[in-house]
Design a protein around this ligand. Sequence first.
Ligand SMILES: NC(=O)c1ccc[n+]([C@@H]2O[C@H](COP(=O)([O-])OP(=O)(O)OC[C@H]3O[C@@H](n4cnc5c(N)ncnc54)[C@H](OP(=O)(O)O)[C@@H]3O)[C@@H](O)[C@H]2O)c1
Ligand SMILES: [Zn+2]
Ligand SMILES: [Zn+2]
Length: 347
Amino acid sequence: MRNTVGWQVERSSTTLRRTPLERRDLRPDDLAVRVDYCGVCHTDLHAVSARDGEGSRPLVPGHEFTGVVTETGPAVTHFTVGDQVAVGNIVDSCGECAMCRAGQENFCHAFPTLTYDGVDRHDGSTTLGGYSREYVVRDRFAYPLPAGLDPAAAAPLLCAGITVWEPLHALGVGPGTRVAVAGLGGLGHLAVKIAVALGADTSVVSRSPDKANDVRRLGAHGLIVSTDPEQMADARDRFDVVIDTISAPHDLGPYLRLVAMDGTLSHLGHLGSITVETTDLLVGRKRLSSAGSGGRLATATMLDFCARHGITADIELFPSARVNEALDRLRRNDVRYRFVLDMSDLG
Ligand SMILES: NC(=O)c1ccc[n+]([C@@H]2O[C@H](COP(=O)([O-])OP(=O)(O)OC[C@H]3O[C@@H](n4cnc5c(N)ncnc54)[C@H](OP(=O)(O)O)[C@@H]3O)[C@@H](O)[C@H]2O)c1
Ligand SMILES: [Zn+2]
Ligand SMILES: [Zn+2]
């Protein structure tokens, strides 16, 4: 085993502590990556909060990171030591099912291996995430970081970015599409940047009116305040696509009413069971959809698109030792718009 160090959730708590960790020895198609920057996704916060009082398996969060290849297995041909790479929220898949064959490894019928709190397909161990100084990853699930993308600000593209890219792309968003992004956080602000770059007529739906200046800076036309019934009524049937990135459970009705006839609400933020009033779909023949993460091809395409359009996240960069503060602020919705941890303080 290889020794490294990272930030692990303590047993029966929601506090992360600096902890020595082990990584597997390299398999033939593995890369060892020195993790330089790791984004703090709201999913990390959900995972840490769910661990409170539990604690059977080790939890090291982090599933959007960039770094440098430090070693390669003998079968690796596409990477060499010193390459800058990016890794997202899935690190393996069966490679054989219809989804994998279609390039949608994120929907693998045998379930993709998650970057943390997943089960390694070969040795059955629990995967430990990117809040650490080293990660060992199968080469197919590492992506060359395009030149010109700042490695710290690019890290969030690997979860937040790809998660909004796939539905925007699949729903055919392009010049003139009317897009609304609900919830302006990590996913939301990247959805706005990408939708604007695709040429969409983009708006934001937010409960935070003080984000109005940011909305315009991001290139969107305006902000609809979700807590103002008049503004929500004025926006009825106005959007071909609504990208819902809200992190908490919420009534979909008000957001479905923003969707135009035959349009789609893509529900990405809160994963879990929901109740839908069918008349909210019936009236206007509306569609409800979801998505998550991305396939290898889409991830590489998204990175290329972001490099060409100069898209990265708006970040607050913290030394990794401030990880608990970052999670606290994310919990309080005090983030504009992504925390990224600088792992260099781990040695
Ligand atoms: N589908 C997937 O594969 C996937 C991938 C990554 C993340 N996620 C999930 O997506 C969600 C968003 O992640 P994120 O990292 O973007 O989180 P985030 O940065 O915290 O942003 C979430 C935004 O949702 C809005 N919001 C939060 N609580 C709300 C509430 N109670 N009512 C209404 N709006 C609320 C806020 O926007 P305003 O202040 O603008 O209202 C907030 O900025 C999380 O639940 C995360 O687990 C899913
Ligand atoms: Zn994530
Ligand atoms: Zn598969």
